[in-house]
Write a new protein. Structure first.
Lengths: 403, 309
């Protein structure tokens, strides 16, 4: 361990011992029978560790665990150490619902950090609402949802889309857009919002809008159409394994960052690992977080993450959003002075987090985060150069005029 | 929809469009060949076919990692060897699977379906444990990347040309093997009449094993070739299997010619429909065409005249 690490540990232990001196009694902080003792509080983690989605959810699992470890090292929550029960949703939506029920009903966990796809969130939502549990959800998603029992730590669609399109339209004087996405709810909803914004607000033209099945690997026809239409901007939301084929085939067809402007809302550092920086160099991503963000919070976070999971590990947008979950929960519990779900919910609006790697964030009464949008340009080494940073954007999961 | 473009532009697009159909054809052909051999010749429905492709792809990834670490100078050439190694590894695993599992189930086609599906799950989890859940891509040699720029606005991707040549080569060798070699003769005899073949001294058990492991080996080559197009994850196989079955069933499940014709038909239909409609709708339209064709001709394009074990 480095000297810095020693110092940090010493401080943490000190803080822990001073807090432990007088933790509030359990009867006071837990009136609804959650799994809270005088020294511990149990929380759940519900992600896919196996199956298709394991590729994406591994980062979230790691980041949440890191945050929990750090909170424990600093004395825990209300003087109680966090214990984690990990459940595997196995990329299967009914399994998610079943495991959510198990965590809430049998384990009586204080909160759950979990889910990744919208499908899994939709599957567990009725369970959380019925059993009055708490879910911290890390993925950027399509919006159109708001629940008392869910805190959304990723961006909803308008936060990610509008500012990004505005920037690219201004910067590249873009008038024509070609929209490409994988065929499921998030890209479809996102492209609907993008099209409305391009046509009604920017007075531009959408020259093509296409969706390809998840896992599709042949984009030849699409690329030919793009070559024919010559759009100013390709706007992409292709996900998963298709991503690799899409960008490799673009590169092979001579469409690259020096010749063509491409803005995507679905490529983070995690995806770049598979696609290869050389196939993406010069293209843009719109995200709220990039690993290369230059601020002290982020430097500390990246160092801690690499120390725990290896120097070769990378951190994408959702991984960072996952990291925020435990910290937001801790802040809510401490503000409420209680682990009771209703009190946490009441304490959540306008909760601030100044230590977030992405910078300052604030929780909106609609349970989404105020956050900034960044545009990163991908470099050959797989990292993004951040070119633009928006104002703090208000989350608006039910945007008027975009539905 | 074409009036606003110049003849030159349209010419280029049609050439590239034709090529993208050909390159999809080569992908489908490679997927289908191994399965056609096993399904058509032996009546075994190998649900783990996709996982054998993934095994081939992982073999290439493994070779790529080894080359980078120990012999970076070999980088530009390793890919060719890796394809050969992928074939050998998959053929070997295939022979093992045949010996341990398939040969006990030859007279129970529905059970082979279940057993090989179980096998596919085991293989997926093994990949997940060995290589991790994230998708991987091997480092490809420089000469495979990029495109032939024939003239301004006309780019033919090199990896597409490579996969096309490989697919044609494999098909050619396989047809030679089936129709010109001693083993091919024995295999065809076994398919036509197992008892009789056995009676005249053909070791049908051995024929089965070789055929199965050959089918798996070809799946390995297919998987190796696909690393130039996409990435490989533990569940990549389950994405391939549907298309592979489509090719084999549509082709008639029995012969190489059917496999080639059906891969070509499906690829061109899909490529053209995708161009004029859009991604998902193109795929749906293609599947509709196949469904209608199979309703009219349930036995596929080129049905086998003799079925038996």
């Amino acid at each position: 361990m480095s000297r810095l690490g020693h110092a940090a540990l010493a401080v943490a232990l000190l803080a822990a011992s001073s807090l432990r001196a007088a933790p509030p009694p359990t009867s006071e902080v837990n009136t609804t029978g959650l799994a809270v003792t005088d020294t511990t509080v149990t929380v759940g983690q519900l992600h896919s560790a196996t199956g298709t989605m394991a590729i994406s959810e591994t980062g979230s699992i790691q980041a949440e665990q890191l945050a929990i470890d750090q909170i424990n090292a600093a004395g825990g929550v209300l003087g109680r150490q966090i214990k984690v029960i990990k459940e595997d949703g196995a990329s299967d939506w009914p399994t998610f619902a079943e495991k959510a029920k198990k965590l809430l009903v049998s384990d009586k966990v204080g909160t759950v950090f979990g889910c990744w796809t919208s499908a899994s969130r939709k599957a567990v939502l009725p369970v959380f609402e019925k059993e009055n549990g708490m879910l911290y959800y890390p993925t950027f998603y399509e919006g159109l949802e708001q629940s008392k029992n869910v805190i959304y730590t990723g961006q909803e669609a308008t936060q990610q889309i509008l500012a990004g399109i505005d920037w690219i339209a201004k910067e590249k004087k873009a008038k024509t857009f070609y929209l490409v996405g994988s065929d499921y709810i998030w890209p479809r909803t996102s492209m609907k919002i993008a099209r409305k914004h391009i046509e009604n607000v920017l007075k531009g033209t959408v020259v093509g809008e296409e969706f390809y099945a998840l896992g599709s690997t042949s984009f030849g026809s699409l690329i030919n159409k793009i070559k024919l239409k010559k759009p100013d901007v390709i706007y992409a939301a292709v996900v998963g394994g298709s991503n690799v084929s899409f960008y490799k085939q673009l590169a092979a067809a001579g469409i690259n960052g020096t010749k063509q402007t491409l803005l995507t809302i679905s490529v983070t550092e995690d995806e770049v690992l598979g696609i290869g920086g050389e196939n993406l160099a010069g293209f843009y991503s719109a995200m709220k977080y990039f690993q290369s963000l230059d601020n002290p919070n982020n430097k500390e976070f990246v160092a801690a993450f690499k120390a725990k999971y290896g120097a070769a590990s990378v951190i994408g947008d959702v991984t960072q959003a996952g990291y925020l979950g435990p910290w937001l929960w801790k802040a809510a519990v401490e503000k409420a002075g209680s682990f009771d779900i209703d009190k946490i919910v009441a304490a959540s609006p306008d909760l601030e987090l100044k230590t977030a790697p992405e910078g300052y964030v604030k929780l909106h009464p609609n349970h989404h985060l105020w956050s900034k949008l960044r545009i990163g340009q991908w470099q050959k080494n797989g990292q993004a150069k951040v070119l633009y940073e928006s104002e703090l954007l208000e989350p608006n999961p039910f945007p008027k005029g975009y539905q | 929809m074409f009036s606003e473009y110049t003849t030159e532009e349209l010419q280029n697009i049609f050439m590239m469009q034709g090529f993208s159909g050909l390159s999809l054809f080569s992908v489908l052909l490679l997927m289908g060949l191994g399965l056609a051999l096993i399904f058509g010749q032996m009546g075994v429905i190998n649900m783990a076919h996709g996982e054998f492709m993934a095994l081939g792809a992982y073999t290439v990834y493994f070779c790529s990692t080894l080359t980078e670490q120990y012999a970076p100078a070999f980088g530009p050439y390793y890919f060719i060897c890796a394809i050969g190694i992928a074939f050998l590894v998959c053929a070997l695993v295939g022979a093992l699977v045949e010996f341990l599992m398939i040969r006990h189930l030859y007279h129970r086609p529905l059970d082979t379906l279940l057993a090989t599906w179980g096998l596919s799950l085991i293989m997926q989890q093994t990949y997940r444990s060995l290589f991790g859940a994230r998708e991987v891509t091997p480092t490809l040699p420089e000469w495979l990347m990029g495109s032939f720029n024939l003239k301004e606005g006309l780019d033919i991707p090199i990896n597409g040309v490579f996969v096309l040549c490989l697919a044609l080569l494999v098909t050619f060798v396989m047809i030679l093997f089936m129709y010109k070699s001693k083993f091919g003769l024995r295999l065809r005899a076994t398919v036509q009449n197992r008892k009789m073949s056995s009676a005249v001294g053909i070791n049908t058990g051995k024929v089965d094993r070789v055929a199965f492991s050959l089918g798996c080996g070809i799946a390995g080559i297919a998987g190796a070739a696909f690393t130039t197009i996409g990435s490989t994850g533990p569940d990549s196989g389950s994405r391939y299997i549907v298309d592979a079955f489509l090719v084999v069933v549509f082709g008639g499940a029995a012969n190489m010619l059917g496999c080639v014709a059906s891969a070509f038909g499906i690829a061109q239909a899909q490529s053209i429909l995708e161009f004029f409609l859009e991604g998902t709708k193109g795929k749906v339209a293609t599947l509709l065409v196949i469904v209608v064709a199979l309703m009219l001709r349930p036995q596929g394009l080129f049905p086998s005249k003799v079925r038996g074990h």
